[in-house]
Design a binder for this molecule. Structure first.
Ligand SMILES: [Zn+2]
Length: 444
């Protein structure tokens, strides 16, 4: 018994010793361990390519460029590379090839470029599902001329900016079955784009048309450069439980986010910037001053339009999906902050709800959502057309005939003629029926 007891103690001691040795050797490895590049993602976009390096620890790096041919060289100190480089540049127009070499524990990455680019390079601290990252943006040097050009639209077109939420590094919310919000939002945005471009008097501008990240400031400055009249941002909601469901429509107000859901949404947007990579956010300060000045001048007007469209979109969404909220919600978040452009944010449903996650990936349901958003926007601008727009010339008001109304009374009241009223309402005589609905032309 006693022997066994001693033996047991000896075993425990041995074990402790082993544990101690293992721990100290592990510790000594990690103390001297090199950093490592564990992932590289390439996100080509119309104006730039973003390249993201996942690194185990905060990166120590230096970089320089070479010309003839154009190359970018990044030296990662004390780092090994574990990523296969061969196919990385396959789908990117700006990087032709990645190469690497290693000497004295330093990994040298060489990017062979199609031409020279404006570049920004910055580390990002861990956020969400990501650890330490080094982010590299290669911007086309002549991008501004192209970007500032007005889209090919006809005189009188209302230009609708369609903003598919998230993209690239930022997946948005992720559903239980692994659905990425960024894919759902882009699918709905593309369907909406088609509907709007088919509509006479409307023209769509896509803020994002592929799987890449556009930072929040750039989203609004793009909208301004493209002379957008109305801005719609498309998202899919998520909450910490799977219970909430239904769609909602948000309008920006200066008030601080009050409801729990509004706070949640505002936080998610901040997180989105961290995931997507906050580069460029700091650079555009002068721009945002201008935005503030403009916002103050036209805030009232744009808020009215935003609420008007929000109400119309809700009316249409109600017909095809459950509503989480039946009235426009107030939020105060980045993408809608540029209130010189009237805008709404549509949460198309909860990706965190199992049934809605399934629906949101279903093309037919995406189409219904796009249809509803399109009809809502159209109905608003038909009823309240912008001055000089095509809709101003085709829109009709409605009038329900009451006792005492006659064609001549109505013609006078609505500043039009009896013959015009008769023509557009297909009336054969001057007689009106009480309760009858008449179309009234908008312009005389
Ligand atoms: Zn979102």
């Amino acid at each position: 018994m006693y022997h066994r007891f001693l033996l047991a103690i000896a075993k425990i001691r041995l074990l402790r010793l082993l544990v101690a040795i293992t721990c100290s050797s592990l510790f000594s490895i990690s103390a001297f361990a090199a950093n490592s590049i564990d992932g590289i993602r390439v996100w080509p976009a119309p104006e730039n390519t973003r390249i993201v390096f996942d690194v185990k620890k905060k990166p120590e790096y230096k970089y320089f460029t070479l010309s003839k041919p154009d190359r970018l060289v990044i030296d990662f100190n004390n780092t090994k590379n574990t990523v296969a480089l061969k196919k990385l540049a396959a789908n990117d127009p700006r990087v032709k090839l990645f190469r690497s070499s290693i000497s004295k524990g330093k990994t040298r990455l060489v990017l062979e470029l199609a031409q020279s680019y404006q570049l920004t390079i910055f580390p990002l601290a861990p956020a969400g599902q990501y650890g330490h990252r080094l982010v590299l943006d290669l911007y086309d040097k002549n991008r501004t001329d192209e970007a500032k050009s007005k889209p090919k639209s006809n005189v009188g077109d209302i230009i609708i900016g369609i903003d598919a939420g998230h993209g690239g590094e930022d997946p948005g919310s992720i559903g239980g079955k692994g659905t990425y919000e960024k894919r759902v939002t882009l699918a709905i945005a593309k369907k909406l784009q088609k509907l709007i471009n088919k509509e006479k008097g409307m023209k769509a501008v896509m803020i994002r048309s592929g799987d890449y990240y556009v930072n929040i400031n750039r989203r609004t400055s793009l909208a301004r450069e493209k002379h957008v009249d109305f801005f719609v941002s498309i998202h899919a909601d998520a909450f910490r439980t799977s219970i909430p469901s239904g769609a909602s429509v948000w309008v920006v107000t200066k008030r601080r986010a009050e409801s729990e859901m509004a706070k949640w949404l505002a936080n998610r947007e901040k997180k989105s910037e961290l995931l997507g990579g906050g580069g460029g956010v700091i650079k555009n300060t002068s721009d945002s001053h201008l935005a503030l000045a403009l916002a103050d001048m036209s805030k009232e007007h744009s808020l009215g339009v935003s609420f008007g469209v929000a109400n119309n979109v809700i009316k249409e969404l109600k017909k095809i999906t459950k509503m989480h909220k039946k009235t426009p919600q107030n939020g105060n978040f980045g993408v809608l902050k540029s209130s010189d452009i009237p805008s709404i944010l549509v949460e198309t449903g909860f990706i965190s709800n199992h049934r809605e996650e399934k629906n949101l990936t279903w093309s037919k349901h995406q189409q219904r959502l796009a249809d509803a958003i399109h009809r809502g926007i159209k109905n608003h601008f038909l009823a309240h057309p912008l001055t000089g727009s095509y809709f101003a010339s085709v829109g009709y008001k409605k009038h329900k005939v009451r006792s005492g109304d006659s064609l001549s009374v109505l013609a006078q009241r609505y500043n039009t003629s009896m013959s015009k009223l008769k023509a557009i309402n297909n009336l054969k005589s001057n007689a009106l029926r009480i309760g009858q609905t008449l179309k009234i032309p908008r312009t005389g």
